[in-house]
Design a protein around this ligand. Structure first.
Ligand SMILES: Nc1ncnc2c1ncn2[C@@H]1O[C@H](COP(=O)(O)OP(=O)(O)OP(=O)(O)O)[C@@H](O)[C@H]1O
Ligand SMILES: [Mg+2]
Length: 253
């Protein structure tokens, strides 16, 4: 696919909300080398995220949602553009970090729920959740164990704490991955289809956990293809063919 211009470029954040953007995504392009020509999964996406937003990122399968998330978390390299994040009065361009710096920064600032869970197979559920705490050094080992149990209780998996991920279901793994993302109390939570493998009742419970986190002041970006969730976000972006096709904030102006 050739690169096209973005459908929506301008940031029209209402002037009543004077806070600085927490995340700035600026003209982000991502292309993948394929057998033939380069494939542009993102065609130049620009938007800001403000503190306290609960942002829904919606779009069809293949639209570019996971690719966009990977650009914001720095899990994958961008082709061009920039992503900067401003936490604790420190603004960083995350793609200027090296791998080690980024891992440490992300551990302290972003909780990421991956679409494919990404639990470490040789660690128990408890150890998977303790790992980010142990890497960042914010908690003593006994505190991180206690916190990991607390998080497992929140996602109703405390009884499975000592199991390896392969011995629990996909939906249970998804819930562990959500618990792990919250381990270091990050100000930003980025979740890629965090309810995609859950039944409707469990999905509603998990969505409620995110709503509580939002009410506690966290900023949340959540990918979903479930349009019915739109009213429950403070703002929605629609991604279509690698472009920002719709921003509910712009519509509200
Ligand atoms: N590593 C890759 N190499 C080549 N193409 C890729 C790669 N990763 C993603 N793509 C392509 O980029 C496009 C966007 O993929 P992406 O995973 O971001 O979609 P998505 O919106 O998250 O879809 P879903 O809802 O199914 O998770 C798709 O056409 C996909 O095939
Ligand atoms: Mg995806």
């Amino acid at each position: 696919m050739a690169r096209k211009s973005t459908l929506i470029q301008k940031d029209k954040h209402p002037s009543t909300q004077s806070s600085e953007p927490l995340i700035n995504v600026s003209d982000v392009v991502k292309s993948f080398k394929t057998a033939g020509e380069d494939f542009f999964a993102l065609n130049g996406i620009t938007f800001n995220v403000y503190p306290g937003e609960f942002l829904g990122i919606i779009g069809k399968s293949g639209a570019g949602k996971t690719t966009l998330v990977n650009m914001i978390t720095g899990v994958d390299h961008l082709t061009s553009g920039q992503v900067s994040v401003n936490t604790n009065n420190r603004k960083v361009s995350i793609h200027h970090f090296n791998e080690d710096q980024l891992a440490l920064w992300r551990g302290q600032n972003m909780g990421v729920v991956y679409q494919s869970f990404q639990l470490l197979p040789m660690l128990s559920l408890l150890e998977n959740i303790m790992l980010p705490m142990d890497l960042c050094g914010n908690y003593s080992p006994s505190q991180s164990r206690e916190k990991a149990y607390e998080l497992l209780r929140m996602v109703e998996l405390e009884d499975h704490a000592k199991k390896l991920p392969k011995f629990i279901s996909g939906g249970q793994q998804q819930r562990v991955s959500i618990a792990r993302a919250l381990a270091n109390d990050p100000p930003i939570i980025i979740a890629d289809e965090p309810t995609g493998s859950l039944d409707s009742i469990t999905a509603d419970h998990v969505f409620g956990v995110f709503e509580t986190l939002k009410n506690q002041g966290r900023t949340i970006l959540m990918v979903t293809h479930d349009k019915s969730l739109s009213p429950r976000f403070t703002r929605t972006l629609v991604i279509q063919d690698g472009e920002l096709a719709h921003d509910s904030q712009t519509e509200a102006m």
